[in-house]
Design a protein around this ligand. Sequence first.
Ligand SMILES: CC(C)(COP(=O)(O)OP(=O)(O)OC[C@H]1O[C@@H](n2cnc3c(N)ncnc32)[C@H](O)[C@@H]1OP(=O)(O)O)[C@@H](O)C(=O)NCCC(=O)NCCS
Length: 437
Amino acid sequence: MDYIKQRLIEVGRPQAELVRDLIKNHGDMVIQDVSIEQVLSGMKGVVSLLTCTSKLDPQEGIRFRGYSIPELRDKLPKMKKDGEPLPEGLFYLMLLGELPSKDDVVFIGKQWSERSQGIPRHVFDVINALPLDAHPMIQFNTAILAMSTQSHFRKAYMSGMDKKDYWDPMYEGVMDLISRLPIIAAYIYRRVFHKGKYIDSDPSLDWAGNLAHMMGFDSEEVKRLLRLYMVIHADHEGGNVSAHATHLVGSALSNPYYSFSAGMNGLAGPLHGMANQEVIMWINDMLKELGTDDPTEDQIRQYTIDTLKAGRVVPGYGHAVLRKTDPRFTVQLDFGNKYLPDSNLVKVVNKIFNVVPEILENTGKVKNPWPNVDAISGALLSSVGIREYPVYTMLFGVSRALGVLTQLIWDRIYGLPIERPKSQNLDWFLNKTGMKK
Ligand SMILES: CC(C)(COP(=O)(O)OP(=O)(O)OC[C@H]1O[C@@H](n2cnc3c(N)ncnc32)[C@H](O)[C@@H]1OP(=O)(O)O)[C@@H](O)C(=O)NCCC(=O)NCCS
């Protein structure tokens, strides 16, 4: 057994014990009242999940195992002193709850590099069977499901493994899956947008750097951006659609491929991960309609008002939990202003940021008028040359694997049971309130 798994046992066993004790000794403690509005508005604020990898504060934003994004940029190992943190290090932190050393990051990177070589041929055949105009998320998700033929977890389960050991094959499957996603994503990108001219993986590169390389980008600029992108999109607590869907399906002891695929189906929704594609389309449509690459703030204001009048949302703005500017937006804006000061798209994003919050605030109904992670990510990708916006959500998915799959390992360590909330029909709600039909 390698030292990471050994460490996971040391860290995990006492915590699993605590969870059992919590249920045994305090299981009947009432922790929260739940209102009808909460139930009928997407369960916002209802504490109903145990997630240790990250925590989202409405005012401050995300912290990964206690560390904010600026702290991660400072403390996680990097390729170069002035570079961006490596996703390998964030994975280690989320998995074990402690900061990795450079050696830990090298170890994880080597593991992923070795495991990435085992993708079965049929996975590429299945992708190739899809039409070229199938959205990359369809191709990505199909490939994830096709890889489940290799599930360690399923094999271990069928062999009658003791359930307290389920975390082990789950860990193996998660490591395989994460290692292979860059190859799958780059394959789909090259298949759809570069006439199927594929580029071999370079095992000497880091996980995100290799993704850039296989997509056809060898500049330090793109690698640097993808490292940051992969870190900031990795996790957002347990209740967001992709994390919750992964957890829910995993609670039926579905293998990591089935579970992650469920999460990716959720990520493909325009209110969740697909918003990054929506944003860039919204900006492009605006520039086209206005007939300029350099719109004034008044023009953007009018276009935003027209979008709302048409009954559409302004993509990239608002959030189900956050009530301030998303720090994932801020760090990308800093990145854009520092490394891509001449990018016209970054300039437009800055102008949008100057006008949209006030307009959304004035609607009187939008709870959070501030930008989220998606308001700028596409502008940065496009500015470094990744202009094919249908792949943006897939790149988000590659990153999101780090968080939601780590959560899945911990679900198995904690021994969490099948999830099964109660539902009621409309009559029940009417009776409860005394309302008549
Ligand atoms: C993220 C989002 C889905 C959160 O939804 P939510 O928690 O229901 O948000 P709210 O409670 O603030 O919604 C209240 C109202 O404001 C609207 N609203 C919220 N954000 C809006 C936006 N960016 N543009 C226009 N209207 C918005 C909602 O559609 C809702 O309208 P309704 O009462 O007519 O149905 C929502 O803000 C949104 O659609 N944003 C745009 C898509 C996006 O960027 N998604 C990525 C999120 S990381």
